[in-house]
Design a protein around this ligand. Structure first.
Ligand SMILES: *Cc1c(COP(=O)(O)O)cnc(C)c1O
Length: 237
């Protein structure tokens, strides 16, 4: 591809390739194995054709922020293709826990005791266990979901001990008006302290910084698909 990395390439396939190249470059620059950073393509709000274009060039890992929208897209609009990994990256209501357990391979937004209980019950009934990440509210923002850093160790203990859940990592969305690196560094420290290896952090605007701080999964939407409709783009709710 000859297009400059600073300018968005013209097609989804080209933008996807450019993002992958930037991921590899950032990993290499940080002395990390590029294969240790997975790209979750955030398909929320995207039309079916856009997702098909990403899949046509081999993308298989997708992030969705709403259970019902994801169900429609991945069970109604298309039979779920073999090898696709679906990751829930938006807030999950406890009454949708069973639906989420049935659909997703990974739920990145475990953030409270009542949800841990609902997920444990759903897992029991479904006989299917999505991998789980705990969302951490690293900036302690009142409007944002996530366990507060100071409550994390106790929350993890309770998720494991009380509910028998296996948590494989942490996820965070830094405050928009602060240096993201501070928050990525904090998340990385919290994960290491708890023996967790998976770090989902970094979006279109800051995934290279996240990789420098140890991200194993970056979640990228607009750098690949273009800007979303702002009304439906929220990650909460
Ligand atoms: C929408 C969303 C993303 C993708 O954001 P972009 O800036 O479009 O890359 C990543 N993570 C979460 C949790 C999101 O809701």
């Amino acid at each position: 591809m000859s297009s400059s990395l600073a300018q968005p390439a013209s097609s989804i396939a080209e933008r996807l390739a450019a993002v992958k190249a930037r991921i590899a470059e950032a990993a290499t620059a940080a002395g990390r194995d590029p294969g240790a950073v997975a790209l979750t393509v955030v398909s929320k709000t995207q039309p079916s054709e856009a997702i098909d274009q990403a899949m046509a060039v081999g993308q298989r890992v997708f992030g969705e922020n709403r259970v019902q929208e994801a169900e429609r897209r991945w069970t109604v609009e298309r039979a779920r293709p073999a090898g696709v990994e679906l990751r829930l990256i938006g807030a999950l209501q406890s009454n949708k826990a069973a639906d989420a357990v049935a659909l997703f391979d990974v739920i990145e937004t475990l953030d409270r005791d009542s949800l841990a209980r609902a997920l444990a019950e759903a897992v029991q009934k479904a006989g299917r266990t999505p991998r789980l990440l705990v969302q951490v509210n690293t900036g302690a923002e009142p409007q944002k979901a996530g366990v507060l850093p100071r409550d994390l160790d106790a929350f993890l203990k309770s998720a494991r001990g009380t509910y028998g859940l296996t948590v494989e990592g942490l996820m965070a969305i830094p405050p928009v008006d602060e240096a993201a690196g501070l928050h990525f560094g904090l998340l990385s420290k919290l994960a290491a302290r708890n023996g967790l290896n998976v770090l989902s952090m970094g979006m279109s605007g800051d995934f290279e910084t996240a990789i420098r701080f140890g991200a194993t999964h970056v979640r990228v939407g607009s750098a690949i698909f273009g800007e979303r409709n702002p009304v439906s783009a929220t990650s909460e709710g």
